[in-house]
Design a protein around this ligand. Structure first.
Ligand code: ADP
Ligand code: MG
Length: 695
């Protein structure tokens, strides 16, 4: 063997024969840095070039792959640069035209006599068959012909300057030389039981399959690995949590009893059930790890308050973490209302506290003088210590990642953890995002809630809307007017809301009190405004999206959303959830400006069609795709390379069963048979899953 290191999976592509710095830079722009990145990169699609559609059989409306020789090239006539660029092609069966808009540069690409493979949508235009905007590839003859024609051919996404053919040839060389070197991570028994192909085979067939079945088997194997590595990590976290020694918090329940007796309502059956689940968890000597799921307005806060009182009565501290300052401040008010009459003090910790005050709060927390603290992510910062943290509550969990909730738990000695979310998600997705948690669901709203009348309106109705607001306020109600992030900058965004508040106060409702809420206000100011709004002193609260989650002012009956088309669906649902919290009929008005994109229209339609958070979440998931829906980056979970949550639910289930089985026998993957699996797992979770050292 020579001393120079042979290329391996981790080798930067630049050092692969035939790839120079320029090509490496192009590949880098596609996110491909190493050989391994390239092997696991996903082809856009495969074209079956054994079965090209003859031109005479092209059907308008279908997406087809076909091939022909260029017999004519027609650039748009001079001065008509917006006309399409088209070429006329011939195959054995006849003629077809391919056309591209904005394809001026194609004049330098196409020449008569060239042979093209085309893939695109077929249409009829003035009686002729036209393939519109097709992907194309110029067929050249060369020694690697067999890669590009007469087979299932992978097609990759490209970047400027990187031709399909060159990329495909490179992929072939990489697959040929390195697929075999990728270590097999699956234990043989698992592979056999689930009838999965080897990883080497899968990587080969994923790019250059011989048959459709081969491609499907490759996909299934790679998706299985994605899911298994995720589920294994989650199973390990879960198993650690249940093996850990926790604090059994099982007081007599005097404080809980007194709070319940003081409530102006009784808990719903669903609230009773989840409270029972939580109470049992907290009484056991293992740390609770529970997700409380319930639609907006289902009453999660009171359940959290009961849990807090249980920790406090048992002599421990409780921390409640919220994603925004405004919500933290509101929780402070709510918890004070619940807890202070029982002699339990509640404090706030956010980063907008004055430094002196913050230091004092931290000292008091560390000394155990504060039984209940409410705050933002400031709670998980370094230097925040508790004397005896017994319970950590994370509200609106979807705004936080796995890491942040772990950091909050680390502030104590295996405290109980309760995370709450209003985002209902299908079971397969719950398994991935919350696979390390037990789940409780509040599936019932408090009695007497009336559906919120939701209307989509355009500018033309603005006057009528103002009249309606005035009428509601005359009846004693209050209203929100919310502005989206219109511009990319917070300052401009703020300006729109500020201008609106001034306009409403001076021109439209000079006799009413208008408040303005936004993220730049200091704690005191926000606090004052929220108090005045809650107290009914402010009639209309103009706000940026800071009030999106959690805010609870039952007397407010109108939510007017400006530029509603710019909001995401779950955001709209959250905003709507700010009204309809009292006994009055409530309204959500979605004001849009003119023509909407198809997607925006579907969001607005979903809002007017249903109040069911579950259905809303499904549409949202469909529109945005799982990555965006979850905010995968935020969640801190490893990303999938090939798996698709919407399509591969069954594979997910199989992978989960295997993960659970593996972890129940070998919780820290110490068994030598799991060595490769362990290495794969550590790499995928990138340090977020410190495994106990191999023994
Ligand atoms: P969310 O689940 O969205 O956090 P909240 O906890 O803010 O909902 O509760 C929404 C509103 O419902 C609050 O005004 C709360 O006082 C009220 N509420 C909660 N539980 C009940 C109940 N069982 N009966 C009547 N009202 C309730
Ligand atoms: Mg809430």
């Amino acid at each position: 063997m020579t001393q120079t290191r042979a290329p391996s999976l981790g080798t930067p592509l630049q050092y692969i024969k035939g790839v120079g710095p320029r090509r490496a830079e192009q590949l880098g722009r596609k996110g491909l840095a190493t050989v391994e990145d390239a092997l696991f990169s996903v082809p856009l699609r495969h074209e079956d070039r054994t079965r090209l559609t003859p031109f005479c059989s092209l059907q308008p409306g279908q997406v087809s792959t076909c091939s022909g020789t260029i017999v004519g090239v027609s650039p748009p006539p001079p001065g008509r640069s917006r006309a399409p660029f088209s070429v006329l092609l011939r195959d054995a069966s006849g003629y077809a035209t391919a056309s591209w808009f904005g394809g001026g540069y194609l004049a330098r690409v196409f020449k008569r006599g060239q042979q093209l493979v085309l893939h695109g949508k077929v249409a009829r235009y003035k009686g002729a068959i036209v393939i519109q905007q097709p992907d194309y590839e110029i067929v050249e003859s060369g020694e690697d012909d067999r890669l590009h024609t007469g087979r299932l051919v992978p097609v990759y996404s490209l970047t400027e300057g990187l031709p399909q053919r060159a990329l495909r040839s490179l992929m072939w060389r990489l697959v040929d030389a390195f697929a075999r070197e990728v270590p097999e991570i699956l234990p043989e028994v698992v592979r056999a039981r689930r009838r999965l192909v080897t990883l080497a085979q899968a990587l080969h067939d994923f790019h250059f399959p011989a048959t459709d079945a081969g491609l499907a088997a490759a996909r299934r194997r790679l998706a299985f690995d994605d899911f298994l590595l995720l589920q294994l990590g989650l199973a390990i976290l879960r198993s650690r949590a249940t093996r850990a020694r926790g604090i059994a918090l099982n007081p007599r329940g005097e404080l809980v009893g007194r709070l319940r007796a003081a409530l102006p309502y009784s808990l719903t059956a669903a609230q009773e059930r989840v409270w029972d689940e939580i109470r049992r968890d907290m009484a056991a000597p293992f740390p609770m790890h529970r997700l409380l799921q319930g639609d907006v307005g289902s009453g999660k806060t009171i359940v959290a308050a009961l849990a807090v009182l249980t920790a406090v009565e048992a002599g421990y501290q409780a921390a409640v973490m919220a994603p925004t300052e405004i919500l933290a401040e509101q929780h402070l008010m709510t918890f004070r209302q619940f807890l202070e009459p029982l002699g339990v003090a509640v404090s706030l910790l956010t980063s907008s506290l004055a430094p002196r005050e913050r230091t004092a709060r931290r000292a008091a927390l560390a000394a155990g003088e504060i039984p209940c603290v409410v705050g933002t992510h400031a709670l998980v910062q370094e230097g925040v210590e508790f004397r005896r943290l017994g319970l950590a509550v994370v509200d609106e969990q979807h705004r936080f990642g796995v890491e942040q909730r772990a950091r909050l738990r680390e502030k104590g000695d295996n405290p109980h953890l309760l995370v709450m979310t209003a985002t209902p998600i299908p079971r397969t997705l719950a398994l991935t995002l919350y696979g390390d948690l037990e789940v409780s669901v509040i599936d019932e709203l408090p009695p007497g809630r009336r559906p919120i009348a939701t209307h989509a309106r355009t500018e033309a109705k603005r006057r009528a809307i103002y009249t309606f607001l005035r009428d509601q306020i005359a009846q004693g109600r209050q209203a929100y007017v919310v502005y989206p992030l219109v511009e990319e900058s917070e300052a401009l965004d703020l300006k729109a809301a500020t201008d609106m508040a001034r306009h409403l106060a001076e021109d439209v409702f000079p006799d009413l009190t208008i408040g303005l809420m936004h993220g730049r206000l200091g704690f005191e100011e926000k606090d004052t405004i929220m108090r005045r709004f809650k107290g009914g002193e402010i009639h209309i609260l103009v706000s940026t999206t800071v009030i999106e989650v959690g805010i609870d002012v039952p007397n407010a009956s109108v939510m007017l959303v400006e530029h509603a088309e710019r909001f995401g669906l779950s955001q709209l649902h959250q905003l709507r959830g700010r009204v309809g919290r009292g006994p009055w009929k409530s309204y959500c008005i979605l004001l849009t400006s003119g023509r909407l994109t198809e997607e925006a229209q579907r969001r607005i339609d979903a809002m007017t069609a249903t109040h069911d958070g579950f259905k809303i979440a499904e549409v949202d998931l469909e529109l945005r795709g799982p990555g965006e829906f979850f905010g995968t980056r935020q969640s801190g979970l490893p990303e999938f390379r090939t798996a698709d949550l919407l399509r591969d639910g069954k594979i997910l289930e199989e992978a989960r069963q295997e993960a659970v089985a593996i972890v129940s026998r070998d919780p820290e993957l110490r068994d030598p048979a799991h060595r490769a699996l362990r290495a794969g797992l550590l790499a995928r979770w990138r340090g977020k899953l410190a495994l106990a050292t191999a023994g």
